[in-house]
Design a protein around this ligand. Structure first.
Ligand code: C5J
Length: 221
């Protein structure tokens, strides 16, 4: 165990039972012309965390620990998309509609793919998730149980939506959750700041937060 500096207090990282979850680093959220950009968001904010996220992924691979990737996307017939989610947004900019990178958030379309710089290596788990949380309607819980994982380090986008939702799901399932704060981002800086405050409040009510460097030092210790 390596106690690494973190908010709200040091996190006891266990290099034997920890895994990395990289949430939704998809072209549709990060690239110009994608879904996020078409909603009027500044995607360069999200692109800025790619180098730190890549360093974190390399550190987990080098330590021989699991790297799990998620993608928010739906079956081409949209049978896994709830009517409530499907109806959300402006016509033409809804899930399944045609976008500049193919149908928005549909499996197999270019926009649903993970950005090239963070592409999964062969053998790494990729979870396709129909919800904001990565546990809902996926095999993630079984994958983690089979691998004996008890701790999760989180990276990805967006901090206050899919990352925070998945951290909350994981916390309720008994995992110790650590957010890599410079490997996560939001289109709204104030939402990222608030999400980190909510996660770490009241003695780590959802989990801890720390920079990528501290995670990497803990892994190497
Ligand atoms: C959103 C996500 N924001 N990955 N998805 O719709 O956070």
């Amino acid at each position: 165990m390596a106690a690494i500096p973190a908010a709200p207090y040091p996190f006891a990282l266990d290099p034997e039972t920890v895994a990395l979850i990289v949430i939704d680093m998809q072209r549709d959220f990060l690239e110009h012309g994608g879904f996020g950009a078409s909603l009027g968001n500044d995607v360069t904010r999200l692109q800025a965390i790619v180098p730190a996220t890549a360093r974190l992924i390399r550190g987990f691979r080098a330590a021989g620990r699991p790297v799990i990737h998620t993608r928010e996307c739906h079956a081409p017939d949209l049978s896994d998309c709830s009517p409530a989610k499907l109806a959300r947004g402006k016509p033409g900019l809804r899930i399944g509609d045609a976008g500049a990178m193919g149908r928005i958030l549909v499996k197999g379309e270019p926009g649903a793919e993970i950005v090239a710089a963070l592409f999964p290596e062969p053998g790494e788990t990729v979870i396709d998730k129909p919800g904001k949380g990565a546990f809902y309607a996926t095999e993630l819980g079984d994958v983690l149980a089979r691998a004996g994982i008890t701790q999760l380090v989180f990276a990805g986008v967006t901090t206050e939506v899919c990352v925070q939702t998945t951290m909350r799901e994981a916390n309720d399932r008994g995992f110790e959750c650590l957010l890599a704060e410079d490997a996560t981002e939001s289109y709204f800086p104030e939402f990222k700041r608030a999400a980190i405050e909510m996660i770490t409040a009241q003695g780590a009510i959802v989990g801890w937060a720390t920079p990528v460097d501290a995670v990497l030092e803990g892994l190497a210790a």
